[in-house]
Design a protein around this ligand. Structure first.
Ligand code: B12
Length: 424
């Protein structure tokens, strides 16, 4: 299998694991002024647009970097057919001029407040322009509308996203998440989160919920309240959080009772040295690294599996890192492991730094922003060593024997704690 095959299989696998609707578009739908008929479409599996989309007057397209070229191509076909196109989302927010070559209206930042002005512009046949969300006032997350989950019909999604917060108090230099939209960290009122989950439950009886947050349990007291109110809904859910949840055993108890099945934790690298300076505000990740084993054990002892995420190709990583990650992943209690290649997403301090250092291999190849492709020159190894190392590590981590050995301690731990049961 060559690199290309491997990448496409990775991407394919991630699609199978998680098919989710675009929460951003469901928020925009909820923010659309009255008097418009709304429909939700997904691009087809061959990445073309469904024919019905040509019956619309205005099409809002949301995309991340990896598929932005396909999104531009769709926008071009729609515009050629006389349909107006608006684009927004993480990628176009940091590359608005690029997007303006392909869309009539481009929105930078969180979309809800600017969206009515876009709809008005389209209805009036106004000329193309870029809307900056900042001009429409800060988004009050306590006043966000209920996303229009009802527009999804009976499409076979296996998870539904709900946001409990926007932003993250930490600032990792590679992060291309909601920090691209707004610098501030804001959590929503627990009652609004529960209201939105109930809206999902009106369209799917027992949905599996994925919190579309950068870091859910930053505020532990708020997190405990969220879990208390979630528990009666008897759902199962997944979220991304930092390892500090392990410090609060009451929170862990409440998370388990509320149906938390897995947390994804960014461990990033074995040992603290490659983590130095990565989180730019308080060096949070480097300071925590020494206590990972104990923290992970505590989380999993509550019946919550941990998916530990590693980034390969950091500046501190030489060719020895692949064996180190394999050894480290074997030495710490982890139910699942995820490995990714350091990815210079547009708009990140990492992209700007690597570009300035002449280390981006193909600038603006956004299709390589998959987390599985190499598009930069690593500092302490060659591109080929990074690609080969990833291949070797993938084989080492994901074979059936290794996976079983990784998971066994989790189930053994649960047998010792009869009050916690493994994921259904
Ligand atoms: C859920 C999720 C997914 C879902 C996506 C479901 C979907 N259709 O949206 C799935 C599992 C399919 C997925 C896949 C991938 N993902 Co993903 N995913 C996320 C996650 C966890 C949450 C995104 C979310 O729902 N945010 C909440 C919504 C409300 O925010 P939003 O989409 O930004 O929308 C707001 C604004 O951007 C704006 N807006 C958005 N669209 C539009 C459109 C218009 C017209 C307007 C006006 C405004 C507007 O208004 C919205 C409301 O304020 C984020 C991480 C995170 N914590 O954010 C990663 C993330 C978005 N994913 C990422 C990546 C890399 C991928 C993959 C490439 C992984 C892979 N190899 O398969 C693929 C790419 C898929 C693609 N189509 O390109 C990166 C993207 C970075 C980037 N700049 O591109 C992120 C940030 C994670 C990371 N590692 O950094 N992902």
């Amino acid at each position: 299998m060559d690199d290309e095959d491997r990448t496409s299989r990775f991407v394919e696998r991630s699609r199978q694991i998680a098919s989710l609707p675009s929460l951003g578009l469901l928020y925009l739908a909820a923010a659309t002024p009255a008097g418009h008929e709304l429909r939700y479409f997904e691009a087809e599996s061959d990445r073309t647009e469904p024919a019905e989309v040509y019956t619309c007057d205005l099409v809002a397209i949301s995309t991340f970097s990896a598929q932005v070229r396909e999104a531009y191509a769709i926008a071009g076909r729609l515009r050629a057919a006389g349909v107006r196109v608006a684009m927004g989302g993480l990628h176009v927010s940091v590359r608005p001029d690029e997007a303006a070559l392909h869309a009539d209206y481009v929105v930078r930042g969180e979309g809800e407040a600017a969206w009515p002005a876009v709809v008005e512009a389209a209805a009036a046949g106004a000329p193309p322009r870029v809307f900056d969300a900042k001009e429409y006032g800060a988004i009050d997350v306590a006043a966000l509308p209920v996303p229009r989950y009802d527009l999804l019909g009976d499409r076979p999604y296996n998870r539904f996203t709900v946001q409990t917060s926007r932003g993250c108090p930490w600032r990792c230099d590679f992060c291309a998440s909601t920090v691209m939209l707004s610098q501030s960290y804001r959590k929503r009122p627990v009652a609004s989160v529960i209201r939105d989950i109930r809206a999902v439950m009106r369209v799917r009886e027992r949905p599996f919920i994925e919190f579309a947050d950068d870091n859910t349990f930053v505020d532990k007291a708020w997190g405990r309240e969220l879990c208390r109110q979630l528990a009666p809904l008897r759902l199962k859910w997944f979220t991304e959080t930092d390892v500090s949840v392990a410090d609060d055993s009451e929170l862990l108890d409440l998370m388990a009772e509320a149906g938390c099945r897995q947390v994804l934790v960014g461990l990033e690298s074995p040992g603290a040295s490659a983590l130095e300076g990565m989180e730019m505000r308080a060096n949070f990740k480097a300071r925590r690294a020494a206590r990972y084993t104990e923290a992970l054990r505590r989380i999993q002892a509550h019946g919550i599996t941990v998916n530990g995420c590693f980034i390969l190709g950091l500046d501190g990583h030489g060719p020895e890192v692949f064996a180190q990650v394999l050894d480290y992943a074997r030495s710490i209690p982890l139910y699942d492991v995820q490995i990714m290649i350091l990815t210079p997403f547009p708009g990140t301090p990492l992209y700007d730094r690597l570009l300035a250092e002449g280390r981006i291999l193909e600038p603006e190849r956004w299709d390589l922003c998959t987390l599985f492709d190499v598009n930069y020159r690593p500092k302490k190894m060659s591109v080929e060593e990074l690609r080969g190392g990833i291949r070797w590590l993938t084989e080492g981590l994901y074979n059936a024997e290794e996976t079983a050995a990784r998971r066994q301690p989790f189930f053994a731990g649960l047998r010792r704690r009869p009050d916690h049961r493994p994921a259904a």
